[in-house]
Design a protein around this ligand. Structure first.
Ligand SMILES: C[S@@+](CC[C@H](N)C(=O)[O-])C[C@H]1O[C@@H](n2cnc3c(N)ncnc32)[C@H](O)[C@@H]1O
Length: 307
């Protein structure tokens, strides 16, 4: 028998292929991750299970250092690391939010804080987190209209709706931004530009976890359910895994437990929800190749064609 044609070498080749597909390139030595880890440690979070890595197909994500058993905690992120509307109210923006009429939405408060802290650069206490956030996003709202025109019809309509919603969000926020002028030496129009707000909106939309806060008078009545969870937000989506994720009121940590287990040196995924590819593209800017929730949208007119 020729070398490399037998069962053993076939199995070895398959294993090698599997690991080259799923194995990531460790990114924890990159300067921005070294700073980010120090920042997390100062806020009482140290990770023993995972490391940031870049994976073929899904891009940057988190890789397991050891095998993870079903039910094992994968991340327990202290409240001090979370960026919520509480963080914003406690900041220099708090008094401006309290004075603002009509009151801003919780989403606007978070986006304003992100833009303002990004503008603060080295002065920002959140710099190590801001430095690891994507510089640009791939959600349809960020794409050129000529690209959106190439989408199939139901998706194109949703993408145009999304663009109109974000543009409306920007125009209706201008008065609030103007009220913040005393905080800045530059003109607020140059800081809170459409592109800066779009970046912040995509950051919240693609990365925030669900965390319910009670209604507060200083905000408009939209639900206050967003929390940016640094580090945890490096976890990519797979429709095939199950996790339990929630804020634990006793430990005061946002906890994620795997219900699926994961082998050593493989990418650890969470599930963002049972979303089809249209929803994944609209909300998160990607599609899942083997998506069990993939579906075809059929418009009402098809009934008549079939009858
Ligand atoms: C919560 S973040 C996850 C971490 C992100 N990959 C990063 O580098 O910061 C969500 C974003 O990750 C990307 N993403 C998540 N799951 C993915 C997947 N299965 N395939 C491709 N991209 C994915 C999308 O860009 C999505 O908007």
């Amino acid at each position: 028998m020729k070398r490399g044609r037998g069962r053993t070498s076939r199995i070895r080749r398959q294993k090698l292929f599997r690991s080259s597909v799923s194995r990531g390139v460790n990114e924890s030595c990159k300067p921005e991750f070294i700073e980010f880890k120090k920042w997390l440690k100062d806020r009482k979070f140290e990770d023993t299970n995972l490391i940031p890595a870049c994976f073929p197909g899904t891009g940057r994500g988190l890789m397991s250092k050891t095998s993870l058993q079903e039910g094992q905690m994968i991340i327990s992120l202290p409240e001090s690391c979370l960026l919520t509307t509480d963080t914003v109210i406690r900041s220099y923006l708090g008094t401006y939010i309290a004075k603002c009429q009509p009151p801003p939405s919780p989403l606007l408060a978070l986006c304003t804080f992100l833009v303002s802290e990004k503008h603060a650069g080295d002065q920002s206490l959140w710099k190590p987190y801001l430095d690891i956030l994507p510089k640009a996003y791939t959600c349809p709202v960020c794409l050129e209209p000529k690209v959106v025109n190439l989408f199939p019809e139901p998706l194109k309509a949703k993408a145009e709706e999304q663009r109109a919603r974000v543009q409306g969000f920007f125009s209706s926020s201008r008065d609030f931004f103007s009220s913040l002028q005393p905080l800045f030496s530059e003109a607020v129009e140059s800081i809170f530009s459409y592109s800066a707000l779009l970046w912040a909106w995509c950051t919240v939309n693609t990365r925030a976890v669900y965390m319910k806060h009670g209604q507060r008078k200083c905000f408009s009545p939209e639900p206050d359910t967003y929390a940016l969870a640094p580090y945890l937000d490096l976890l990519n989506h797979s429709p095939d895994v199950q996790v339990k994720a929630a804020f634990n009121e006793e430990t005061r940590c946002y906890e994620v437990r795997t219900a699926s287990g994961c082998r050593k040196h493989e990418q650890v995924f969470i599930c963002y929800g049972p979303h089809d590819n249209q929803r994944l593209l609209l909300e998160y800017g990607f599609v899942s190749i083997q998506n069990p929730h993939a579906c075809v949208y059929v418009s009402a007119g098809w009934n008549q064609l079939c009858s």
